[in-house]
Ligand binder design. Structure first.
Ligand SMILES: [Zn+2]
Ligand SMILES: [Zn+2]
Length: 718
């Protein structure tokens, strides 16, 4: 059939009036017999006519010209003329940008695009276009430049390009926000409880396995929230981290795209998601039966295209970062932030993008700039402190593990360039500044990044930080102005940065010991146990608790109450022997707590074991601790703070602001403050830390106690 059909069809293109029907046939042939057609057409010397067709008044054939140019090597060679590019630049046809973009496929085309200024035109369109097809075409054109060093440099030097990538990624993250909501792995804590209770029905093997698992599970949590120089989890990974070559090509699977328009290509292979960017240039296929299916998924298709544009842009960014020359244009706070938030806050991101950050960190030339933009804080709070890492016994989460693993790798690399006299000199120059914020920032960098020096000369930076903490918390006004301020846009509060840096001081061993005996609080179920208040024998003397309006709150057996509270013991036991007539009442200050919490407290005092003693929230826990402190009931405090008590279970980053003030005010139990501090430095987000510190800065005595005891906690080895 195709003995030499292409040749004659090409000849026919010279006749303007025949073009319409010829193009119809050519479209079909292009799909089925691309290579043969290409060879035959190129012999017919039709290239000029094809170019002419693009500039015809009617837009009927323009898409065909783009498709033909994109898919036919021989024809393209004939059409690649400076004149064609000039004509395109001079015209104002809507398809011109996609036509220009198609030139990026050959070395000649790329060089011409760059030197003629057409590449800047494509970049402008890439930045300003609202049309998804145009954006797809632009990104796809840029992808052809990855092996063209001059072209890539041109991209990085054109700030419109980098600005657009940042803007698009930001928008994409906002519209596709999917930050992890960590959840406690209840199955795991149940197994943990069973194992530690030894209630495995003599099944010793399983019990041991459970204990081993619990240690394993906790192991990843033995890093403080801002630590990164932890031992590698596997020797294999340690090797790959230290030995990765300086020029690390982003990806083998992102193969070099062979054609702009894949829909006309003859390969029937299913499209891979990463190639999605190449899909949508041509509508050649839309005149057959597949149209219906495509219409149904219009919204999905748009989502997919948007995702592939973003992935393409980040992929380009990753490539750009491979060239040292380009790094100077990429080391910008907004570039760092957009990569961090893409990795942290979108679902199934392409984790290879982290290489942009890693490349920045590897370059000693830019260490000062990175220090000044607080690169370490951005990585620590954005990647290392990923959501699921910040909850004790959270369900395992690959996403968060990956984020923090990459974050740690980036920081190890960065620290290796800062932790020497060169990097230290810059920090020291900041350290001597008059300005409090500057000085504190330097102290944070020093504690976080300059490891060896810290151990040798711990005092100045550390003292500076504890002083800074005392200063920002010295009054509610100071806290509002200094503690809550951020040192960069959308950054963590200054106070939480100080706590984060201090958190590095805690040893893994200490975290381990504080968590080791942890169990989970499982409230007594309805119907189990016994209520000593309701079932009090009639012969027992009763104590009536009433509110300020003489309304009864609860009535409980006097003997038990006095046994467990030194306060009530002192009040009533002296005249215990005398048989008093009348009822004994105790009036409760109504502002001290809600009546139901007081009732619960009395049930606890009466040593009930039934569901009447269930503590259901951190707030309740806080109220009960305050009550047991007020009424001198050490056994209740002990019970609340026990390994399997409610406090350890309800205490987390979110509830820290409720429990930290009580822990400081009551000193109810020796381990209470330790547990609270551990939560502060290990299991709290920046927002949690800020809220908790704000809750105590009203009272300067409490703040002093806090700073002193926190220092002891962090610097004492266990
Ligand atoms: Zn997660
Ligand atoms: Zn009870």
């Amino acid at each position: 059939m195709l003995s030499n059909g292409g040749f004659y069809l090409g000849k026919l293109l010279a006749k303007v009036e025949r073009r319409e029907e010829v193009v119809k046939i050519l479209k079909v042939l292009l799909k089925r017999h691309n290579n043969v057609l290409d060879r035959q057409l190129s012999r017919s010397e039709c290239s000029e006519h094809v170019i002419e067709m693009f500039f015809e008044r009617s837009n009927k054939n323009r898409q065909f010209v783009i498709d033909l140019f994109s898919n036919s090597i021989c024809i393209r060679e004939q059409m690649e003329t400076e004149k064609f590019i000039e004509q395109l630049l001079a015209c104002s046809l809507p398809e011109k940008h996609r036509m220009l973009a198609a030139f990026s496929q050959t070395a000649w085309g790329r060089a011409k695009l760059r030197t003629s200024g057409a590449l800047d035109v494509v970049i402008d369109v890439f930045s300003s276009s609202e049309q998804i097809e145009e954006k797809v075409a632009a990104v796809s054109a840029f992808r052809h430049f990855v092996h063209d060093t001059a072209g890539m440099r041109h991209l990085s030097e054109n700030s419109i390009f980098v600005n657009t990538v940042v803007r698009d990624v930001k928008k994409y993250v906002e519209e596709n926000l999917a930050e992890c909501e960590p959840a406690v792995d209840i199955d795991f804590v149940k197994r943990l409880t069973n194992a530690e209770n030894g209630s495995g029905d003599g099944d010793n093997g399983a019990t041991h396995q459970n204990i081993a698992e619990s240690v394993d599970r906790l192991h990843k949590d033995f890093y403080s929230m801002w630590s990164y120089d932890t031992p590698q989890t596997s020797p294999r990974r340690a090797q790959s981290a230290s030995m990765s070559p300086p020029y690390n090509a982003p990806s083998p699977s992102y193969s070099f795209p062979s054609s702009v328009s894949s829909s006309a290509a003859s390969s029937p292979a299913p499209r891979r998601p990463s190639e999605g960017i190449l899909d949508d240039l041509s509508d050649v296929e839309s005149d057959n039966g597949e149209e219906k299916v495509e219409k149904e998924d219009a919204a999905e298709k748009k989502k997919r295209q948007e995702k592939s544009i973003i992935e393409g842009e980040l992929w380009l960014l990753t490539w750009l970062a491979q060239d040292d020359h380009n790094l100077q244009f990429l080391i910008r706070p907004d570039v760092v932030d957009c990569v961090v938030s893409y990795l942290r806050s979108t679902s199934s991101p392409d984790f290879r993008t982290y290489r942009v950050l890693r490349r920045m960190a590897t370059h000693r030339t830019h260490v000062y700039r990175l220090l000044d933009l607080e690169f370490h804080v951005r990585i620590l709070t954005g990647l290392c402190a990923s959501p699921c890492r910040m909850l004790k016994y959270a369900k395992p989460c690959k996403h968060c593990d990956k984020c923090s693993e990459h974050g740690r790798e980036i920081l190890r690399e960065f620290a290796s360039h800062v932790d020497n006299s060169y990097g230290d000199a810059h920090i020291n120059s900041q350290f001597t500044k008059e300005d409090f914020v500057h000085r504190t920032k330097a102290a944070i960098a020093k504690i976080v990044l300059v490891k060896e020096r810290i151990r040798l000369a711990k005092v100045p930076a550390l003292t500076e930080l504890f002083n800074a903490l005392a200063h920002v918390m010295s009054s509610p006004d100071n806290f509002r102005e200094l503690g809550k301020m951020t040192t960069y846009e959308n950054g963590p509060s200054f106070a939480s940065q100080i706590i984060g840096a201090l958190s590095i001081l805690i040893s893994g061993q200490k975290i381990k010991e504080l968590c080791e005996n942890d169990m989970w609080y499982f409230p007594t179920e309805e119907g189990a146990g016994e209520c000593a208040v309701e079932n009090a024998p009639e012969s027992e003397e009763l104590l009536h608790f009433i509110d300020e309006n003489d309304k009864e709150i609860v009535v409980a057996p006097m003997k038990k109450i006095c046994e467990n509270s030194h306060y009530f013991e002192g009040m009533y036991s002296s005249d215990f022997v005398e048989k008093t007539e009348g009822i004994r009442t105790f009036q409760v200050q109504s502002e001290s707590c809600p009546p139901e919490d007081f009732r619960l407290f009395i049930h606890l005092l009466s040593t009930c074991t039934a569901a009447c003693t269930v503590v259901s929230s951190a707030e309740q826990c806080a109220t009960l601790l305050a009550l047991s402190d007020q009424f001198l009931c050490p056994t209740i405090s002990k019970q609340l703070c026990a390994d399997d008590g409610p406090l350890r279970t309800y205490l987390n980053g979110h509830s820290l602001h409720t429990l930290l003030p009580v822990a400081l005010a009551t000193n109810a139990h020796p381990t209470l403050l330790d547990t609270v501090y551990l939560t502060l430095v290990r299991f709290s987000s920046s927002e949690d830390v800020t809220k908790a510190l704000e809750a105590i800065c009203e009272n300067s005595t409490v703040v002093n106690t806090f700073v002193t005891s926190l220092r002891t906690f962090l610097t004492t080895k266990c």
